[in-house]
Design a protein around this ligand. Structure first.
Ligand code: FAD
Length: 665
């Protein structure tokens, strides 16, 4: 455990830690992907912790401008340190360095790495790469990715920004013709970046050729002033992400050289002739799959942080009627309903953690094939990554909110760290493909799978359970409710729901409805099918990882947690299909027994995530469990407490209490 014990540890937490039935450290190695990774991560944490440049008072007491300015400084410092330590080429090390140096702070230059550089890598011709990529990698320029407009998000083809080619000057004229065409949202666009990849409708020789990408310089490289015709700025405070300047961009006939169109897939020649090359859009899908697997893993990490805070707090918080006169009040964790709320979040966290790893491995398996033109598994990976991105971020936000509520009033205080985790996890439901739209994409793929199964075609591994005919419902009554049996039931549920929806869809088609109308008619139910399909994948990944654990004690506790996950899905999905009352009652009883079984391991299961206090930034989730003293100390730092009497008293309250009218002040 890397946490420095700053105060005497609360005995209630010590007592809970002693109850662990398995070696926590070994589970940490599994979660990290091996002992080597755990050690490396801890070394990095120590490096950052010792660096005074990353020390500062709580950001919650700072204004947004102060938070942004500090985040710019720290983000650049992180890059400098990574270079000095020769860690830039080590993705694992640099990921953890950033996370620990900027806990809960979204980096204003994050988009540079996540979107700008990968877009240059994937969309530039070889000469363009030569010219720009190295400059971007060396941080001589900082870029963002500007696609979304005020009026157009999900529907990419509706984008209004135009890039019109002028052969006389061999330049493109970038223009925002309407208010709704103003770019809105790109990270770092407001104040930080000096370049952007701008997505616009390409016009040449009187024809529109659809959306293409252009590299546009926004600000002068030495003064950082915005260039003529470029109007950009910050879009203002948001629900979270206070440290990043999501921005707007209006382009007023801004001219860029012809060579600034990203030309890997298409080209405009000097005379204005448009040439489309063999599309490698399928390669772009590959990158999308990878980014989405990271979103699922971020969702799991968000829950791991919230659950660590809420479980520790539940051990030290006493609330309620004592069981006998003179006895202490019960701890929150002693209440079965509280155990249920927290342990189901922990179970979701482990499930998503393992599923994100399987998805990432799938990407690394499929990507080399795709590069060589074998794209058979691309539809499966694409559909899975879209659906899991949606299910992961939806669950992430829901579980973090549940953990926040589990902490009562303190969960509403910024001191808990929980509002910030929630506000930072929530936007992932919207960016990189809005979640409902993602589920519809998965659903569309599932409908096609039923059709292919009907034609007797072979389906990809994760779709292989899909048939064109129903199978009998697995019986839950009778024998033990094993994880395999529960998974089998969820597989059956997914297939049953899908066949029903596909049947309705086909009947609309037989009634000569247009494909798009038939799709809309079943779309609501189809999103539910997509969720069921993805939950099945999460459950399978969870169970496989539990079975793979070499230590029988770890295998045992993970299998129990996995059963809790699966049972909870069966119970909450009972209304989707017909689950008998006796089967439902059995499942409910099994959940109750599992809560009792898992409760002694609650702390161990969250502490296996090995999150140092520095990362949690939580007064109520600290390792030593000394919640109340720390809460008072934290509140004392509020700027409102700088003076005993606040200036508003002299300005307004004194007059008001004396009966004078405030209007005259
Ligand atoms: C924090 C944050 C960072 C972002 N960063 C960037 C960035 O760096 N660069 C960038 O270009 N953009 C960025 N975005 C924008 C983001 O990609 C869009 O918000 C997203 O694509 C959704 O588009 P929209 O907001 O226009 O919503 P809309 O597309 O208008 O969707 C609104 C609602 O309608 C529903 N809906 C839309 N279409 C359909 C349909 N066909 N069927 C059923 N329902 C539908 C959606 O599910 C959604 O609930 C960012 C957004 C956020 C919140």
């Amino acid at each position: 455990m890397t946490n420095p014990v700053v105060q005497k540890v609360n005995p209630m937490l010590t007592e809970e830690r002693a109850k662990a039935s398995f070696p926590v450290e070994e589970l940490t190695y599994i979660l990290d992907g091996g002992k080597f990774n755990t050690e490396k991560r801890r070394e990095i944490e120590e490096l950052v912790t010792k660096d005074p440049n990353f020390e500062h008072p709580p950001i919650q007491f700072m204004t947004r401008e102060q938070q942004y300015s500090l985040a710019v400084k720290k983000a650049l410092l992180v890059q400098q340190r990574l270079k000095e330590l020769d860690m830039l080429d080590d993705p694992y090390a640099s990921y953890f360095f950033r996370r620990i140096a900027m806990p809960r702070e979204v980096s204003p230059i994050g988009l540079h790495w996540v979107m700008f550089v990968p877009t240059l890598m994937g969309q530039c011709s070889d000469e363009q790469r030569e010219r720009w990529l190295q400059r971007a990698l060396n941080y001589e320029i900082i870029g963002t990715y500007a696609q979304t407009e005020m009026g157009h998000g999900t529907f990419l083809r509706g984008i209004e920004t135009t890039a019109t080619y002028d052969p006389s000057s061999q330049q493109f004229v970038l223009h925002s013709p309407t208010t709704t065409s103003i770019k809105w949202w790109p990270g770092g666009l407001g104040k930080t970046c000096n370049y952007a990849v701008v997505v616009a409708q390409l016009h040449t020789q009187g024809r529109c050729h659809g959306v293409h990408m252009f590299l546009v310089q926004l600000r002068d490289e030495s003064t950082h002033r915005s260039l003529p015709g470029v109007v950009c700025g910050d879009i203002g405070p948001k629900m979270g992400y206070h440290t990043i300047d999501n921005g707007f961009l209006q382009l007023n006939s801004v001219r860029i050289p012809r060579e600034n169109m990203l030309m890997r897939n298409a080209e405009v020649q000097p005379d204005g002739t448009y040439i489309r090359r063999v599309s490698n859009e399928k390669l772009t899908y590959g990158t999308m799959v990878f980014v989405r697997s990271l979103i699922v893993s971020d969702a799991a990490r968000g829950i791991s942080e919230a659950a660590t805070i809420a479980v520790r707090y539940a051990c030290v918080r006493r609330q309620g009627e004592p069981s006998s006169p003179g006895a202490p009040e019960p701890r929150l964790l002693d209440y079965p309903v509280h155990q249920y709320r927290l342990l189901t979040c922990v179970a979701n966290c482990y499930g998503l953690w393992f599923a994100s790893e399987v998805l990432r491995d799938l990407y690394f398996t499929v990507q080399p094939d795709v590069l060589e033109g074998r794209t058979e598994r691309l539809p499966e990976t694409h559909a899975l990554s879209a659906g899991l991105k949606a299910v992961g971020s939806n669950r992430g936000a829901a579980c973090v909110e549940e953990c926040r509520r589990c902490c009562g009033g303190f969960g509403f205080s910024e001191a808990s760290g929980l509002p910030k985790i929630y506000n930072d996890i929530n936007p992932a439901c919207t960016y990189e493909g809005e979640n409902t739209v993602m589920l519809l994409q998965t659903g569309r793929h599932l409908l096609k799978c039923v059709e292919r199964a009907r034609r007797g075609e072979q389906l990809a591994p994760s779709d292989a359970y899909i048939r064109s005919r129903p199978t009998p419902q697995p019986k839950l009554a009778g024998g033990p409710l094993t994880a395999d049996l529960l998974l089998g039931w969820l597989r059956w549920r997914s297939l049953s729901m899908l066949l029903e929806v596909s049947g309705r869809f086909n009947s609309f088609i037989e009634q000569r409805q247009a494909w798009a109308d038939a799709f809309q008619a079943v779309s609501r139910r189809l999103t539910r099918c997509a969720e069921a399909h993805c939950i099945l994948y999460v459950g399978q990944a969870f169970l496989d990882s539990a079975k793979a654990a070499e230590n029988p004690k770890i295998c045992g506790v993970l299998t129990s947690l996995c059963r809790l996950f699966l049972l909870n899905e069966v119970v909450s999905g009972a209304g989707d299909v017909q689950l008998s009352r006796s089967d439902l009652a059995r499942c409910q009883d099994a959940i109750d027994s599992l809560l009792t079984e898992l409760r002694p391991n609650a702390v161990a299961l969250v502490e296996a995530f090995d999150l140092p206090d520095r990362m949690l930034c939580s007064v109520i989730g600290r390792y030593d469990g000394q919640v109340y003293e720390a809460m008072l100390q934290w509140a004392r730092q509020s700027p409102l407490n700088a003076t005993d009497v606040h200036e508003s008293y002299e300005l307004y309250t004194r007059q008001f209490l004396a009966g004078r009218s405030l209007a005259k002040l």
